[in-house]
Design a protein around this ligand. Sequence first.
Ligand SMILES: Nc1nc2c(ncn2[C@@H]2O[C@H](COP(=O)(O)OP(=O)(O)OP(=O)(O)O)[C@@H](O)[C@H]2O)c(=O)[nH]1
Ligand SMILES: [Mg+2]
Length: 448
Amino acid sequence: MTFDTIVALATSRGRGAIAIVRLSGPEALAIASALSGGKTFSPRHATLTRLHDRDGQLIDEALVIYFENPKSFTGENVVEFQLHGGDAVAMLAIDELLALGARAAEPGEFSKRAFLNGKIDLTKAEAIASLIDAKSKESARLLARQLTGELKQFVDAQRDELIRILAHSEVMIDYADEELPDDLLEGLASSLKILQAALQKTLDSSRNRDGFFTGYKVAIVGKPNVGKSSLLNALLAYERAIVSEVAGTTRDTVEEFIVLGSHTIKIVDTAGIRESSDAIEAIGIGYSKKMIEESDIILSLFDGSRPLDDDDTAIRSLIDEVSGNKPVITVINKSDLPAEFDIGMLQQDAPVSLSCRGDISPLKARLTDVLDGMSDSSEQILISKRQIAQVEMTLRALSDALAPLMRGELEIFSFHINEAIASLSAISRPYEHDQMLDEMFGNFCLGK
Ligand SMILES: Nc1nc2c(ncn2[C@@H]2O[C@H](COP(=O)(O)OP(=O)(O)OP(=O)(O)O)[C@@H](O)[C@H]2O)c(=O)[nH]1
Ligand SMILES: [Mg+2]
């Protein structure tokens, strides 16, 4: 396969000590050399050189590294320019590289080439894409393991087992005229069930794990005026949301990232929930419900300086009804005021009592514990919707295969096993399907 030569900024935009511009393709070396006044570069050596534009004006003094194909990320000739930081210098360099014949890369195009040139399989490509957005050390660790091929090995092992089962079935078809011992069919069925269980386990632990990679979402929910916005501000340690003694101050949701231990989480302040005829507030309440559904952890907040009332119990039932089995942490606020609140009837396990005007570290500690518990990185998990869909298809094919096997209809059994093998193989190595590849790599960052 031959490609043109592409260029993109590989580091993120904005202020920074270094900006890296990456060039990949058959003309990479020639173009880099032209930009450097005819300098030649030897593979894997860092060369300090001056870059000039077409008018002879100095762009920057850059460190240039040449990776000769196939020993590069994309498998093509790659040249990386380490420029002084900031967007302006990098944009000047990219302008010149475009003028010299390179083309601006599409998002994910470098990784796509790496895949097409056989440098990475799709599980690695997806791990690279997710690693960029990883919001906890645990998820970064898990993705790093996938970069070494852990998921691919798991998938390959299951596929090899399926191929073994298929081979048995084919042999039995060939000897169809002879009487087949029953235990042969049972042996196949039990191998199949072991495989089903392994895939199902991986699938179960992979569902709803988005937050593990992109940062768990934590919603603060409670009736108006209990101090939800005050709690958000206290967690952020600055006045982000408007706080006032007027109930119904927050009308929209306010979201901010904070770092807790090794986790980056998104804290969401919601509008207070209560029975209300105020149309705007009613919209806010709709948002709150949605936020509970979309969040991974709920902070159920009460005002400790007032007696429990119907609004409190109504909200609590709403949370119980919508949150499913997500962790809910009960927080009783305003502990600096005389206590009037009795949590008794809500039957909570160990609520956290605090004052947003004082020390909120007990809540931070509780949240960190919950997050640690949700971030087990030792399991084998699928990291993309695509991978999950492939495993679901595989499992469907396996369950379709079971009934014909029990009836001894081995041709039909083999047909479904073939389907399962194709679905499973597609996790790391799909049949080259342009549209699917464009879609997948199109979600990558530019320069990757
Ligand atoms: N004494 C005391 N007052 C608090 C505490 N936390 C919040 N408040 C006060 O309670 C009032 C309501 O606080 P907000 O943070 O605006 O409450 P909210 O839950 O966001 O209210 P809505 O947005 O209206 O639903 C404000 O006057 C806060 O100053 C606390 O720990 N102690
Ligand atoms: Mg508020």
